[in-house]
Design a protein around this ligand. Structure first.
Ligand SMILES: [Zn+2]
Length: 425
């Protein structure tokens, strides 16, 4: 098997400070080795590219992805949201997923999708029917009758059942979670509280703790994880104590919640780009709540980051005003707005994102034995984090050792033909 070798690399491994003059060897779908110094000229069995000091970093991971959310404008003249047919929603999901890959996002962790669109897109990508990133497939939203998302989308004769699996009582939550797993969900999404853009008063859980516990325990018994939309401290504390794996939004974050996140080794997806952008274009009491939520979050995020909370990128792209494909702008957003360092926010996007996607340690950093997902960046993202917002700055995106949109040919090392004398200098 031919190896892919990237030499003279400025390595951003997803965790540590950059290391210059590095050589990274890829064999099959994994990184084989990472070493200092140049690669031997004598190897003609490998495809060797001299990056000339350009940056190699892990592929980025989107930690809160909704493949079917659509930002298509009125000009498209097609239905949006749940009034769109399953077919149209799937076609849009396919486009968004492909765009994510070429935007340097080699993995997405779903925060929910209708029908079983995530799970089927994942199968289609694996089968070579479409191009896309690695997917941790999400479920429909699981929540209770009359909860804040239940009641304003009634289309295609499906009621809420296309997007939401309504459950009441612990037994019903067990059944709902098992149904989602049967459909292919690897991450159960629960709407546990309103707030953060969802109609309703901030406060406690929209379900009993008994129901939430039943959902979490059932998912864990089948090696599936649970994430929850939560926008209150009470909701965060109650859910984390019950074993929640991923806290979404987490408005009301404070030191007590940070300590519990660390103790439980749970992931946190602050996702404040959506409220930040929404507050620019809308007004009203719901918007005022959102503004307060993100302003408080901006203050506490550096504390959570310094404490070592596993945070990831990801937000409600496709919900107006966030456009699909602009995911890479989020790194600069957190650097500028919350004062997170470029190296730290890259760690959110790569190391922590990779761990969130797989639930293990085999994705998200560049080291021997890990999955070979990477981006070659024409420049230094530590010096200019905005480089990661524009795919034109990527000379190649790699997923499982396979190159997408590669412009590496100009950097190929052409070994001298055997027996040909090189002219003396
Ligand atoms: Zn969401």
């Amino acid at each position: 098997m031919r190896r892919l070798v990237l030499t003279n690399v400025r390595l951003l491994d997803g965790d540590n400070a950059p290391q210059d003059n590095t050589t990274v060897v890829i064999r099959g779908d994994r990184f084989e080795s990472v070493g200092k110094g140049p690669y031997p000229e004598s190897d003609t069995e490998s495809d060797v590219y001299d990056l000339g000091g350009r940056t190699l970093m892990p592929g980025m991971i989107h930690g809160h992805y909704h493949a079917t959310y659509t930002d298509f404008s009125a000009a498209e003249k097609l239905p949006v949201g749940m009034e769109a047919s399953p077919a149209l929603q799937t076609l849009r999901a396919a486009k968004h997923l492909k765009d994510a890959l070429y935007a340097g996002f080699t993995g997405v962790v779903s925060a929910g999708a209708p029908y079983a669109i995530d799970a089927d897109c994942k199968k289609a990508i694996a089968a070579g029917i479409m191009e896309g990133p690695r997917i941790c497939a999400g479920s429909r939203d699981v929540s209770t009758t009359g909860h804040s998302q239940d009641g304003f989308e009634w289309h295609w004769g499906q009621g809420m059942t296309a997007q939401t699996n309504i459950a009441d009582g612990a037994d019903a939550f067990r059944k709902a979670v098992r149904e989602e797993i049967k459909r292919g969900a690897e991450m159960i999404k629960i709407f546990a509280t309103p707030g953060h853009g969802v109609v309703g008063e901030y406060g406690g859980l929209e379900m009993s703790e008994e129901e939430l516990k039943a959902a979490i325990d059932t998912a864990h018994s089948r090696n599936v994880r649970v994430r929850a939309h939560i926008a209150s401290k009470e909701g965060s504390m109650a859910s984390l104590k019950l074993g929640l794996d991923v806290l979404d939004h987490g408005d009301g974050l404070d030191q007590e919640v940070i300590d519990l996140l660390l103790k439980k080794d749970a992931f946190f997806v602050p996702s404040i780009r959506y409220p930040y952008e929404a507050c620019k274009i809308w007004s009203g009491s719901l918007i005022d709540q959102m503004r307060q939520g993100y302003e408080d979050m901006i203050k506490i995020l550096p504390v959570a980051n310094k404490a070592g909370v596993k945070m990831t990128l990801g937000d409600d792209y496709g919900a107006i005003p966030l456009k699909h494909g602009t995911y890479g702008e989020e790194l600069e957003f957190y650097v500028k707005l919350a004062g997170i360092s470029p190296l730290d926010v890259i760690r959110w996007a790569t190391k922590f994102g990779g761990e969130l996607l797989t639930g293990g340690k085999d994705l998200g950093t560049i080291a021997g034995g890990k999955f070979a997902d990477f981006i070659v960046v024409d420049g230094d993202p530590i010096a200019d984090i905005s480089l990661l917002a524009n795919p034109a700055n990527f000379l190649a995106v790699g997923k499982g050792g396979k190159l997408y949109g590669s412009r590496l040919d100009a950097l190929a090392r052409k070994p001298a033909a055997a027996g040909v004398l090189q002219p003396a200098e």
